[in-house]
Ligand binder design. Sequence first.
Ligand code: 5AD
Ligand code: SF4
Length: 482
Amino acid sequence: MSLTRHFLIRTYGCQMNVHDSEKVANLLHHDGYASASSENDADVLIINTCSIREKAEHRLYSDLGLLRAWKEERSGRVLGVAGCVAQQEGDAILRRFPFVDFAFGPHNLRLVPEMIGAAQQGQRSVRTDEAADLARFDLPERHPAFEGQTPGRAYLTVMEGCDMFCSFCVVPNTRGREISRPAEGIVAEAISLAGRGVREVTLLGQTVNAYGRHDLRRGRAEIAGTVAFAELLGRLDAIEGIERVRYTSPHPIFYDEALIAAHGKLASLCPHVHLPVQSGSDAVLERMRRRYRADDYRALVERLRAARPDLAITTDLIVGFPGETEEDFRRTLALVRDVGFVDSFSFKYSPRPHTSAAELEDVVSPAEAQARLEEIQTLQRGLTLDYHRSRVGQTVPVLVEGGSRRGAGQVSGRDPHHRVVNFSVPREPGPRPGALASLRIVEATPHSLIGELQDSTSPGRAAVKPERRRADGTGRSAAVEG
Ligand code: 5AD
Ligand code: SF4
């Protein structure tokens, strides 16, 4: 029997959580663990939780209900709970579920090997202290055995935490205060990723374009090693091998001239932004504490599109926020139509503990909220299909992800606008996951585009205006691999 211990991480929630799980997986590889192919094979199981809405939080409790059996099935098994629910409820989880060995929050990823070691000695632990220092960004490089989400793509943390305190949002409580990572470390990680075949990086931060703002305001950017966000994008654009840069999620109030201009200048910066708006009603936006009005958002969209006309904009929307009237909701529908979002994630408002909106009265009935959700989703489906239809006939570089949901011989990937493109491979071997393939869009469906594989002529530069150049002034030739 092999002596190697195996781990599995079950992840819920946002990209930060997905990336936190990757960081923990990488730490465990460095500690001599191997990843398990199923829970049955796992010696260590970590549930990385989300608390953004009540439903997400409930998932943990239903999972835990079933995991007692997993834990008891084999002696020596270790069970940990991570993420935002662990941060807020760690002590309660350990009290209520005696078979959970440890709980830790997003600031304490580095302690996982230690907590597993303690669990093996029979010691249970909760680590939810907030680390205000930069040490939490000092994580080991990718272990050779670590497999990222998709070959060719990687997440890259640039800042953590949130100081915005939108009235509905639990995140400032779970992920703590804003802290930006020194630019040098970000660039070094991107160079190292490029050396391992990563072509696309997605910069992560709760309010990613607020990167470095506190350092700048306090006049300590130099000491902190941070730069303006647009400058950071420029430095990443100059890295050989990094063909695509994305960032998520920005906050509308942190767009300055330089960032808007970067969308027109940097060849690597993808023509897509996910720009959460939440509501189209000024009264609701004010109660949400979003700090902009609907027209400010519209004006921002216009400026972004002036810089990059083909920019695809997606968003997040909340319906049924306390006090949202029919009129408020109509304003949201109007904004969705005016902007013409390519896609959106819409949610029914869910009151969260320790948030100020949870105190608001004038609650919208669940039936009304549901009806609004359905209406906005119907509107969005139409807009998404219109957008997809407008793309038919274009030839685009697609970063191949792997097998498509459509079945055998079908491959899928993402275009620069972040749309899923499915295509079939006429003869093996088709393009490998992680390769850039040139595809002509031949059909639009409600959820994705259908493409046809082109011969290996480079589509990369064709998708980019001729005047777009890398920050270092050189051209970029997008390789197309078969
Ligand atoms: N209820 C409903 N949706 C929420 N979101 C954040 N908090 C809540 C909540 N309490 C949504 C927002 C955010 C996305 C990640 O989740 O739209 O942008
Ligand atoms: Fe939550 Fe608002 Fe911060 Fe986004 S900006 S994480 S919605 S508090």
